[in-house]
Write a protein that binds this ligand. Structure first.
Ligand SMILES: Nc1ccn([C@@H]2O[C@H](COP(=O)(O)OP(=O)(O)OP(=O)(O)O)[C@@H](O)[C@H]2O)c(=O)n1
Length: 491
């Protein structure tokens, strides 16, 4: 009779089959879990309606993350052609029209199935702050026109409004520190220096500042479980275009028919209109009573004389606090590193001065050389640069140098703490990202609970444990294992 294989009992076969199925199931789950998911994103759009121009930013973040905690990145930027919306006060409809090309761009960059749920914000800064001061009805009409235009887009329009200077400064600080991963990791933060066309912002954390000395400069945040006492100040009229107006106003106080300006290169010449120069609220109170309609503005290019003109637009003496930056505004002791963006970057990049490890004296010498360059030579050296920017680099460089050193009190030791930046990890530095993160509750106040193990580690551990349990189970069934029958010995 054929001997029966002792392993061919129903019980061992069932155990073996269950075991194989369990292992196959575990391996399949582990593989599927670790397979990269098809990326699905959510989107947010912010329009930065600045004084000199409007820019549209599209942000995206992974859709599958709980509570929108995924990392937010800028995927697209569209520069609206033409000037800032505040320049359309006399024809507001055009302000709305001007946004259309970028909105069409957004329709292509955001997948159509996401259009309806994508929030769209418009935030206006110092240009509209000034228009609101000058003519609030005109400012309302501009908002009406841009809102009507944006309501027609397929996105979820959340409104258009003017940001306060404090918001602009604070959201710029949030952006820089979010992109640098300093908030989530609770690292030492970076200060933010923003130079626009009509205002400039300085925001930083200083251990010596708790808001008590100057509450209007204080913003408190609790982000990812950490408390921040932020110092921030926005100087209206100290953006570089309005600062230039103030410098020109200083030089035209007696209403002359021509001025020779040390802040413009030798060979520069233009005829300017008194009414246009003095139409801004930053200078309107100082319009000379008896002036011709126009004046001839020529350059002589002298950095040291230009610095004297630039200094005249600051008040360095008045201060009712323990310490001030300028114009009687409190500023705590500078601390840590700083990211300087917007016009700080544009100007310093052109001047090849973004490397702050060079001594401050060398920066001064480079500016002196630039200002002393005849305008014709400058044009030949930089045929690719738009004339409206090239005209002003001597003034702009001198202004930035003076604002940083005499205004904010950066010294030859602390100047190297400044980094001139445009983007951080692909996203533009500016207030827009911080604004959107805040409005979409993307930064939690408390640190999210982190799982003990990363996902892949978790799958591996349960697989190993399951295998061990399976082997133990098999071993525990040992008494049921069929015994080998003793074969009769053949002698
Ligand atoms: N290549 C460039 C581009 C811009 N600019 C200058 O940079 C300033 C604009 O900076 P921006 O951050 O765009 O300011 P706005 O948002 O327009 O102004 P604000 O925030 O004050 O409303 C303007 O003076 C513009 O002339 C420059 O010097 N070089």
């Amino acid at each position: 009779m054929k001997e029966r294989n002792p392993w061919h009992t129903p019980l061992t076969i069932i155990i073996a089959v269950i075991g194989v199925i369990a292992i196959v199931a575990l391996v399949t789950i582990a593989v599927l879990q670790n397979k990269p998911l098809i990326p699905k994103y959510k989107y947010g759009i912010v329009l930065d309606a600045g004084s000199s121009h409007t820019a549209m930013y599209i942000y995206e973040w992974p859709a599958e993350k709980d509570n929108n905690t995924g990392r937010v990145e800028q995927t697209h930027c569209c520069k609206v052609s033409g000037s800032g919306i505040s320049d359309y006060a006399s024809d507001p409809k055009l302000a709305g029209e001007s946004l259309k090309a970028c909105m069409r761009d957004a329709e292509r960059f955001v997948p159509s199935e996401r259009h309806e749920e994508t929030p769209l914000y418009l935030g206006a800064t110092a240009g509209m702050r000034l228009l609101n001061i000058k003519d609030s009805a005109a400012s309302d009409r501009v908002f009406q026109a841009v809102s009507e235009s944006l309501q027609k887009s397929p996105f979820s329009f959340q409104g258009a409004r003017i940001l306060s200077g404090q918001e602009e400064g604070a959201f710029g600080w949030v952006t820089v520190n979010y992109l640098d991963d300093r908030l989530e990791q609770g690292l030492e933060t970076t200060g933010a220096l923003d130079l626009g066309g009509a205002s400039t912002q300085i925001s930083f954390i200083s251990d010596s500042f708790d808001g008590s000395e100057s509450p209007s400069n204080y913003v408190a945040f609790r982000l990812y479980g950490n408390d921040y006492n932020l110092y921030t100040h926005s100087f209206l009229c100290y953006g570089k275009d309005q600062a230039l107006r103030m410098a020109l106003a200083h030089q035209t106080q007696s209403g002359p028919g021509s001025i020779v300006d040390p802040c413009f290169n030798n060979g520069y010449s233009a005829v300017k209109n008194y009414s246009v120069l003095y139409e801004s609220p930053c200078v309107s109170g100082r319009k000379p009573s008896s002036a011709p309609q126009t004046f001839t503005h020529t350059g002589k290019g002298n950095f040291y004389e230009c610095q004297e003109v630039v200094k005249s637009i600051f008040n360095f003496t008045e201060c009712k606090y323990s310490q001030c930056s300028f114009n009687g505004i409190f500023q705590p002791t500078l601390q840590g590193t700083y990211g300087a963006f917007s016009a700080y970057y544009f100007v310093m990049k052109f001047l090849n001065l973004t490397d702050t490890s060079v001594p401050l004296q060398s920066v001064k010498e480079a500016l002196a050389r630039l200002c002393a360059t005849p305008f014709d030579t400058l044009k030949k050296q930089h045929p690719e640069v738009k004339l409206k920017f090239l005209n002003e680099y001597c003034f702009s460089g001198t202004y930035i140098f003076t604002l940083l050193t005499e205004g904010y009190n950066f010294t030859s030791r602390t100047f190297s703490d400044i980094k001139f930046i445009k983007k951080i990890k692909g996203s533009d530095a500016g207030w827009t990202l911080g604004y959107m993160l805040n409005l979409t509750n993307m930064i939690p106040a408390e640190a999210p609970d982190t799982p003990l193990l990363p996902h892949a580690g978790y799958v591996s551990v349960i697989t190993v444990i399951a295998l061990v349990l399976f082997v133990l189970f098999i071993l525990s069934l040992r008494p049921l294992w069929p015994r080998c029958s003793q074969k009769p010995q053949i002698v």
